[in-house]
Write a protein that binds this ligand. Structure first.
Ligand code: GLA
Length: 388
């Protein structure tokens, strides 16, 4: 009896069918759900992401004709490119995440030959679960094997982040790439890139509620939010010259600096300053098994994203509200960049199945959107896989 085809088998079978030979390397990396700490990473702040058991696999082998080629189970038409030299492909091409990582290897002095790659994943795209970071991290892991390069966790995460900046045009922070490469649940200091691992106890479940609204045109609005934070820092610097990032700002400093900034910039800054404090409080409460306090902080985080950072949508507010008031739920909030995507909720494990079903049913009835629920557990970071 054969079971369902694994992602490793899917990536390798696609590689063989497309490129007519065996892959030389195979690696996988997880998506992530961010428990708390949104839009704090590019402000040198704190985040609490959990790498999840939804992964992206990349199979790879050197090319035979000097051209590179990329193919994915979800987009079976191969993308062919005259690379190296590594350069960005026109438009919104998904293969830019792969080529972007290759370019970063080359920038660091690695000799990266033309190569072929195939991708298989069970991570939904556009749900705020870092499918792009998982693709970058899995590419970096497969490429490290292919060219025998060895990078540390932080080097890998940083080069993947740079690939996203330069080849996808999103000025993202470091959270997603660090989470995908390092794995597990971590509380990460985005200034020093040091992190502590956190155990999620069995009696707690993470339920991701996908609103069914994909994150549209988010790159522009994401970059705009980032610009507003930088504007806040620039204005605060005139009074507090030691301010390098919003990480260095307290509520008191912000209130004093308020008169020099627009109301919008003030509110963006207030979200980041209070969110950093919430991450630290949540990490402490977690260590004390005080999940009620964690839940309360999740709720406050959602309100701050909704009112101050303005990255939620009415449907997502509704989904978070339905989830928060369902039996067994400690708290729920929008997760990821926003403008669509998913809600993360922290639920008593005994109540999790009924919770998932009931929340989705109520959400669908009230919005006629195709919401879905996914129970996830923490998973390992980037790893080498055996070709299957
Ligand atoms: C996206 C980015 C991250 C982070 C989040 C918001 O996922 O890739 O760097 O900024 O949004 O917290």
């Amino acid at each position: 009896m054969s079971g369902p085809i694994s992602l490793a088998e899917q990536a390798c079978a696609l590689f063989r069918a497309t490129w007519r030979r065996e892959p030389a390397s195979l690696a996988s990396s997880p998506g992530r759900v961010n428990l708390i700490g949104e839009h704090t990473d590019y402000n040198d702040g704190f985040v609490f992401p959990v790498a999840i058991n939804r992964r992206t696999f990349v199979a790879m082998g050197a090319s035979r004709d000097g051209r590179s080629g990329f193919v994915s189970t979800s987009r079976p038409d191969p993308v062919l490119a005259d690379c190296p030299p590594w350069r960005r492909m026109e438009g919104d091409c998904w293969a830019n995440y792969v080529a972007g990582v290759a370019a970063q290897f080359a920038d660091r002095g690695e000799r990266v030959p033309a190569f072929c790659a195939s991708v298989a994943s069970d991570l939904p795209t556009g749900a705020g679960l870092s499918s792009s970071a998982a693709l970058e991290a899995a590419t970096a892991a497969a490429l490290s094997q292919l060219v025998a390069a060895s990078f540390s966790i932080t080097e890998l995460a940083t080069l993947c982040q740079k690939a996203e900046h330069e080849f996808a045009g999103v000025r993202c922070g470091i959270m997603d790439q660090m989470s995908s490469v390092a794995g597990g649940a971590i509380v990460l200091d985005c200034r020093t890139l040091t992190f502590e691992r956190v155990q999620i106890p069995r009696e707690l479940s993470l339920v991701i509620l996908d609103s069914g609204i994909p994150r549209g045109l988010s790159a522009t609005r994401y970059n705009e939010r980032r610009g507003q934070c930088e504007e806040g820092v620039r204005l605060l610097k005139t009074r507090y010259p030691g301010t390098e990032a919003l990480r260095d700002v307290t509520t008191e400093m912000l209130n004093i600096g308020r008169k020099n900034m627009s109301e919008t910039v003030f509110r963006r800054c207030r979200h980041v300053v209070t969110e950093n404090a919430r991450v630290c409080a949540a990490a402490k409460a977690f260590a004390e098994n005080d999940f009620r306090t964690v839940g309360k902080l999740l709720h406050e985080s959602h309100v701050s994203m909704r009112d101050d950072y303005e990255i939620s949508l009415p449907e997502i507010d509704l989904l978070a509200e339905i989830a928060s008031s369902a039996p067994g739920c400690y708290g729920a909030r929008l997760t990821g960049a926003g403008f669509g995507g998913a809600v993360v909720s922290l639920v008593d494990t005994c109540a999790a199945d009924a919770f998932a079903e009931e929340v989705v049913e109520e959400y669908r009835a009230k919005t006629s959107k195709a919401g879905t629920a996914m129970r996830v557990v923490p998973d390992e970071g980037s790893r080498k896989e055996e070709p299957a």
